[in-house]
Design a protein around this ligand. Sequence first.
Ligand SMILES: *[C@@H]1O[C@H](CO)[C@@H](O)[C@H](O)[C@H]1NC(C)=O
Ligand SMILES: *[C@@H]1O[C@H](CO)[C@@H](O)[C@H](O)[C@H]1NC(C)=O
Ligand SMILES: *[C@@H]1O[C@H](CO)[C@@H](O)[C@H](O)[C@H]1NC(C)=O
Ligand SMILES: *[C@@H]1O[C@H](CO)[C@@H](O)[C@H](O)[C@H]1NC(C)=O
Ligand SMILES: [Fe+2]
Length: 445
Amino acid sequence: MRFLLITAFLIHLAISGLVTPEQIHISWTENPNEMRVTWTSFVPLDSWVIYRPILCNDPQHNSFDFTQVQGNYTKFNEGTVTVRYAFIYTSIIKNLLPDCHYEYYIQNDASFSKSYIFNGRTPESVNSYRDVDNKLNMIIFGDWGTGPIGELTSALLGIDSKVKEFTGILHLGDIGYNLNSDDGLIGDMYGNQVQDITASIPYMTLPGNHEDADNMTHYKIRFKMPYNEYNQGTGLFYSFNIGPVHFVTLNTEVYYREAKSDLQAEIQLEWLKQDLETANLHRKKRPWIIVTSHHPLYCSYDFTELDGTERNKCCGHEAQFLRDKLEDIFYYNAVDIFFGAHLHAYERMTAIYKNITVQSEYDDYNTHKNPKATIHILDGNAGNHYAHNADITKTPQLWSQYRTNDYGYGRMTFHNKTHLLFEQVSDYTMSVIDSLWVIKTIERF
Ligand SMILES: *[C@@H]1O[C@H](CO)[C@@H](O)[C@H](O)[C@H]1NC(C)=O
Ligand SMILES: *[C@@H]1O[C@H](CO)[C@@H](O)[C@H](O)[C@H]1NC(C)=O
Ligand SMILES: *[C@@H]1O[C@H](CO)[C@@H](O)[C@H](O)[C@H]1NC(C)=O
Ligand SMILES: *[C@@H]1O[C@H](CO)[C@@H](O)[C@H](O)[C@H]1NC(C)=O
Ligand SMILES: [Fe+2]
């Protein structure tokens, strides 16, 4: 009888959606051959990730049997107006084999999730058959939220990632608009909207201004990014190496508004200098350095308002402020491409230093061969919740190459140590609307 009651109670919870694991997403950790799985339920329950290696290059690595690893939860009050407790679970699958894919699902005492598959390739993992030619496909964008516009990207990227295999996703801040809105319901809705994508492809994030609220509490709990001594487990800035690339993510909120913090800005800057110095020691093995943050250093979108009055804010004095802090560090460490977001638009720029285009050994509209300064790309229009995107600029600067306010996202394909192809995909035309080859036969550093 008692058993029946408990069972009936759990069935009731399952129907009301409180126990079913949701908002599942995966991310790389600070260690090789690990995958973090994060999910939410609204009742605390013993929960596990159930997984097995499949489709391995070495058939002996395949496993018919599943392994399980328990998740730990943080009890988190998502609300500010009302109390809404969520239980945010995280678990790390260790000893991944890079030649395998992994099938997994989340199981708890009352329910279980759909199953998902991810690639066992992680930062620093070696000997993957996919590493043979070092080819690496990454997705990059900023400013993605819920609602019909965000759904455009969910739909297209969902299909794109079934046709092509992407190794990872970089989301350059402004996530869900806002994670904390409506007592966290919006953050939960977003987590479910993107789940089919983020449960299958490592989803690496950095914070934007929409994550600022309450000292970024929602961001830090929902998105656990790699630990380093400087970020002290906040994951607000970090770097990782994968294939021929060193990726760096920065938290530019330390310079602006609510999240402004001189101390954190200083710590991050010290870390950045050391990080790039170390990356440059390995430039032969890993020639590409890509740096990302929410706020851009260059763009030509809001120099004027729609009515023609001068505004000059995000692309003006705010961008200039960031250039004063970061541009020389990028230049002297030969950073190949810097990606920013925040403006709801896409803009591809040339290799720039001090507001002037720096000629490469060879340039045409879609190629820079042996660039001599950092190339800047603004990619901030995966679909902001408000549907307000930056108007096509009336003041394109001399270094501006291509501009659109189509919703969409970027793809980076590192063909090898010398060839990188960047493509911007439009949600409207459902095709590539802009592309750039970066070719490096000599190392600048
Ligand atoms: C979960 O908690 C156990 C026991 O405290 C700990 O050993 C383990 O590392 C934790 N796992 C994660 C993913 O935090
Ligand atoms: C805000 O968060 C940062 C990083 O997580 C931490 O160092 C700082 O002490 C926090 N500030 C407040 C006022 O809680
Ligand atoms: C940057 O160059 C543009 C021309 O492309 C010029 O209009 C603008 O004033 C310059 N900005 C600064 C901060 O020097
Ligand atoms: C690198 O990739 C490019 C583009 O696919 C190709 O043309 C070139 O031959 C490759 N280089 C090497 C050394 O494989
Ligand atoms: Fe923003």
